[in-house]
Design a protein around this ligand. Sequence first.
Ligand code: PMV
Length: 327
Amino acid sequence: MTTSSAPGKVYLFGEHAVVYGEPAVPCAVGRRASVTVEERDDDRLRVEAEDLSLDGFAITYGDDLEEADVNVPADLVEAATGYVDGAVAQARDAADAPDAGFNVSIESAIPLGAGLGSSAAVAVAGIDAATRELGVELDREELADRAYQVEYEVQEGQASRADTFCSTMGGAVRVEGDDCRRIDDAPELPFVVGYDGGAGNTGELVATVRDLRETYGFAADTVEAIGDVVRTGEHALREGDVEEVGRLMNFNHGLLSALGVSSRSLDTMVWAARDAGADGAKLTGAGGGGCIVALDETEGVETALNYTPGCEETFRAELDTEGVRVE
Ligand code: PMV
């Protein structure tokens, strides 16, 4: 039996624009998904999931999900197990063991589909645990690449390397197309996350931005402007200038909002955080609902968000510098 875990992430800068080749800076945070894998005698797969903001479920299946004997809606099961299936396929391929079967159990402290990279963390931890269970240890570059392939397939091509690279390596990272690297001199950042309890549809939100960008020159300019914010923000981050990082997060949120991917609850949380003295606040991830990230050394933002209508959960998060690890 092997257990690996991998962290979720927040986007300090650059979501959506990263899809069009602009740079982005996601940061791994100390909320993890753990995947435990045990090889079976047959070629089947049994998946158990808890704490995935579903109600928890267990299913056993072979090649065909329809065989699954399960009491929750099929699309929910498909969404949650798609990443596990993909991770198992990658592990079978990496270990040259096409018929390996597994019992897989997932526990996650990362809200699903809320902009914190839950699916990437499950894919990274799943591939790591399943390959180790088969006696193969992948280097981190290959692990990140295989996890990206999983996201790419499950999300039908609507995925950048940002989430999977960040979850694998930990820390603050910079992603521009296929060029992914760690930012080793990033300071500790006082992240506060606000969660509205909802989720956006990443595919639809990416499509919205794509349409706008093709329709209006100024929307294409907005995407490029996000790239400029990221380049300026990356410099501020390396200088350790947290105030400037915050100012640029505010700017980044405004541009995302102009592209139509914010929501009333995200805007409300962003403004509550700013009013409470945050250095900066923005939505994180695809948007439409889910999480915001703010920077605040004090208790002020956390307290304000706890009293903000529409904010279901608030937590502080440390920068995770470890990335994927064996438990
Ligand atoms: O909501 P998340 O964590 O899946 O982030 C999506 C970020 C996008 O830039 C919108 C898409 C991507 O794959 O980079």
